[in-house]
Ligand binder design. Structure first.
Ligand code: BMA
Length: 335
């Protein structure tokens, strides 16, 4: 894959740690995980399932939107800034939305944010409470004011993840229709929009895998970070869920989607990339969860750093090389 082309801004200083000597893993964890403790804020019960993006502001090189559940156990989103992508200054106040139609403006809850840069705006999508979970959208250009748009779908829906550019002239989003509870099913769908308001042309992307084929993703699946564009297709990291006798287990793996018709899956990994294994993933408010919501990558080196929620409590980092993840996805393709 010497001629693999990876799209994205150069990020030579992105967070990184080499693969540990002797490790055969495709993705490996940061040795100083978790990078964000649960009590980084005076009001936080837990900080996890959060999204980051390169963003220059004063001394800062990255911005983010963090899921900070407070000590009422209310799910809130807070803006954050970082010099190195590892140590984060998270705003004590939750993010404030402006500009929405008053009929949908009431804040109920928000969680599992993602952030995508499309043209000159940063779009945040999150699971937004509006008579049940749906996908909220807001844009910002300074990570201080967030301009709320219409919800993308009617409830119930989770894991709304935008593509980082228009596809065939339209904004594009992956999401997972669900129910109002701890949904025991879930496929990934693709939708497109001419204007970030009206979403349609819904297409099925992927279903959970058969239990005998790939058990970690046999109950439900959902898009993780914003997909990464490469000459081999869109690299999608996605979470998959298995139901054990003790509850749900969240791992993540990879798939390649067609560049022009991203609802067509080119390859999908049978083995996971990361599954709960470390103590901070195995224990916390919700045990056995590794839940990726963002990735930083550097096209020249192929490096990728994935931000993932650990046991719904803290935030961790995992690293890999995009060409190796693509190879792994194709070699272990279960389609
Ligand atoms: C999902 C979401 C995620 C969470 C996961 C495990 O339904 O609520 O935020 O990480 O469950 O609890």
């Amino acid at each position: 894959m010497n001629n693999l082309k990876i799209v994205g801004p150069a990020m030579p200083d992105m967070p990184w740690e080499d693969r540990p000597a002797g490790s055969k893993e495709v993705m490996w964890r940061y040795s100083a995980n978790p990078i964000i403790p649960r009590d980084a804020l005076s009001t936080s019960n837990s900080i996890f399932n959060s999204a980051v993006i390169p963003f220059k502001k004063g001394k800062y090189n990255y911005a983010g939107v963090f899921r900070c559940d407070d000590t009422n156990r209310r799910m809130r989103i807070h803006a954050a800034f970082s010099v190195d992508g590892i140590k984060w200054d998270i705003c004590e106040e939750d993010f404030k939305l402006v500009g929405a139609d008053p009929e949908i403006a009431e804040w109920v809850y928000g969680y599992d944010p993602r952030v995508a840069k499309i043209d000159d705006k940063y779009y945040v999508t999150w699971c937004n409470g509006y008579h049940g979970p749906t996908i909220g959208i807001a844009w910002t250009d300074d990570f201080e004011t967030f301009h709320q748009l219409e919800n993308a779908f009617i409830p119930f829906n989770r894991n709304g993840v935008l593509f980082p550019r228009k596809i065939n002239g339209r904004f594009a989003m992956l999401s997972r229709p669900s129910d109002n509870g701890h949904t025991a099913f879930g496929d990934i769908f693709y939708s497109e929009s001419p204007d970030m308001e009206f979403w349609g042309r819904h297409r099925h992307v992927m279903s959970p895998a058969a239990f005998e084929v790939s058990a970690w993703q046999c109950m439900k699946i959902g898009a993780g970070p914003v997909p990464i564009e490469t000459s081999e297709g869109w690299l999608l990291l996605y979470h998959g869920v298995l139901r054990s006798c003790n509850g749900y287990v969240y791992a993540f793996g990879s798939a390649l989607l067609d560049l022009d018709q991203p609802w067509k899956t080119i390859a999908r990994s049978g083995p996971y990339l990361i599954s709960p294994r470390e103590i901070y993933e195995l224990t916390g408010d919700v045990p056995n969860v590794t839940f990726p919501c963002a990735a930083l990558h550097d096209p020249a080196t192929g490096r990728v750093a994935v931000y993932y929620g650990c046991a719904d409590t803290v935030t961790g980092l995992a690293f890999g090389y995009i060409p190796e993840i693509i190879d792994f996805t194709k070699k272990n393709n279960i389609l």
